[in-house]
Design a protein around this ligand. Structure first.
Ligand SMILES: [Zn+2]
Length: 135
């Protein structure tokens, strides 16, 4: 299934995190939404996000690798790759973009946002059951 997804991420302590090529970025305590898409194996992609141990490649890997961050929820929706940016635009109305985060190959301001709540996502997306690896 081609799908777009939104990771709802809790930042538990304000912290500066080195995000690959972006350098050091300050994250305040709060709820963030990250938008991505999977063109083939959605479950595999989500499981990769949920795993702390991995080779850090995407901006989101650096954020999720930090001990102060945790994925709380995952919302999914059917859609081709360009829907990813449409979803980013929608979330951008409600949230504050972290400049250039996850958007090196498109024109969006960013694909990560500080949001107040995730209620608006429940209206047109489906929540996925997730399981954190504890080992
Ligand atoms: Zn985009």
């Amino acid at each position: 299934m081609k799908a777009v997804y939104a990771l709802i991420i809790q930042v538990e302590n304000s912290t500066g995190i080195r995000i690959g090529s972006l350098g050091n970025v300050l994250f305040n305590i709060g709820i963030y939404a990250y938008v991505g898409s999977a063109q083939s194996n959605l479950n595999q992609r989500i499981n990769r996000h949920l795993r702390k141990e991995k080779k850090l490649f995407w901006h989101i890997d650096y954020l999720l690798n930090n001990d102060n961050t945790k994925i709380m929820k995952v919302f999914i929706k059917k859609g081709i790759k360009k829907e990813e940016c449409n979803l980013a635009k929608l979330i951008g109305i409600k949230g504050v973009a972290i400049p250039k985060f996850g958007s090196s190959d498109c024109r969006c301001k960013g694909h990560l946002f500080l949001i107040k709540d995730d209620k608006f996502l429940k209206r047109n997306m489906k929540e996925m059951a997730i399981k954190h690896n504890t080992f």
